[in-house]
Design a protein around this ligand. Structure first.
Ligand SMILES: NC(=O)c1ccc[n+]([C@@H]2O[C@H](COP(=O)([O-])OP(=O)(O)OC[C@H]3O[C@@H](n4cnc5c(N)ncnc54)[C@H](O)[C@@H]3O)[C@@H](O)[C@H]2O)c1
Length: 292
């Protein structure tokens, strides 16, 4: 197990929800944390993180704005002296359907793909050269969704089918018929997952993705118009548990799993399970020190 204390991280979209839990879990583990978000509340997050005894800094802005991304990344590097961990978390949800009119569709595209895919792309492009130049490895975790890795993709490699509430058939995508753009914005992250992991393996930089089902957050409560049934609400996973899984992943260190879409399914314990077999890339392409 790797000691994370003293490492330096960036967490995007950390004012509320999962990003806030990730930032606090990292700070509690001794990691210096830089955060950013569109929301005003982000200004209070830095002092809350400093209370864990680490350095912290915060910026308010849009992850789809390259000037903001440059400011955050350069600011974090200057404040901490380097960047070892990037958690690409900022994301938005919105309903979109195949027969939406063009004006709505363009606005939806810019918001949903602009945030979920462009934001991650820009932060990756800004941070990766720094990690390579530092020469001490690194960790990138992209926050995706279970819509794209239903039961492990392909379903037969999921290790938990015996305990799956969906029985012995593939779970239907959580996106249903009203999330084509959200699903696109998250499926597209596979390009970064596999492309970056392969390119960065020689630099000891791991790239993984978290693909969780319903987790209690501002986004989920917005989606349900703040009126979920008690049974449904009780089934949601806790952001704090997902954040602990993030720490467990990072503590694996460079020889841990790489290029994995890591599933967290409603109805199963929120914890890291053994890595899945690689089916879309050759395992040897993403082996750091002989492990993938
Ligand atoms: N909650 C779930 O059930 C769930 C499930 C699967 C995946 N996810 C993913 O987890 C991530 C976090 O989601 P959450 O549920 O915590 O959502 P949330 O809405 O509770 O928090 C998201 C945060 O990102 C910020 N943000 C949004 N757009 C931004 C932008 N353009 N620039 C900067 N900050 C921005 C928001 O202001 C907010 O603070 C997202 O990528 C989401 O798609 C969530």
């Amino acid at each position: 197990m790797v000691d994370l204390a003293g490492r330096n991280a960036i967490v995007t979209g950390a004012a509320v929800g999962l990003g806030n839990s990730y930032a606090h879990a990292l700070a509690r583990t001794g990691v210096n944390v830089a955060v950013c978000d569109l929301r005003d509340e982000i200004h209070d997050v830095a002092s809350a993180l400093q209370a864990h005894g680490v350095k912290a800094a915060a910026w308010q802005g849009d992850v789809a704005d390259p000037v903001h991304v440059r400011t955050v990344v350069d600011g974090a590097r200057e404040a901490f002296g380097g960047i070892d961990i990037l958690i690409n978390n900022a994301g938005v949800w919105g309903a979109s359907v195949a027969d939406d009119n063009l004006d709505k569709s363009l606005a939806d595209y810019d918001l949903i793909v602009g945030t979920n895919m462009k934001g991650e792309y820009l932060f990756g492009r800004a941070v990766i050269p720094i990690m390579i130049e530092q020469g001490r490895g690194g960790e990138i975790v992209n926050i995706a969704t279970d819509h794209m890795v239903t039961c492990g993709t392909p379903w037969h490699v999921c290790p938990g089918t015996d305990k799956c509430p969906w029985g012995d058939s593939p779970r239907p995508t959580g996106g249903g018929e009203i999330m084509d753009l959200y699903d696109v914005s998250k499926w597209g992250l596979n390009g970064f997952l596999y492309g970056w992991a392969k390119a960065l393996t020689p630099h000891n930089i791991r790239v993984n993705a978290f693909c969780m089902g319903a987790t209690d957050s501002h986004m989920l409560r917005s989606f349900h118009n703040f009126d979920p049934s008690p049974e449904e609400e009780a089934s949601w996973m806790r952001a704090e548990d997902n954040a602990q899984a993030l720490i467990d992943l990072l503590e694996e260190g460079a020889t841990g799993r790489n290029a994995q879409n890591i599933n967290f399914c409603v109805g199963r314990p929120v914890k890291l399970e053994p890595p899945l077999e690689h089916v879309y890339i050759k395992p040897e392409q993403v082996e750091i020190g002989g492990a993938s």
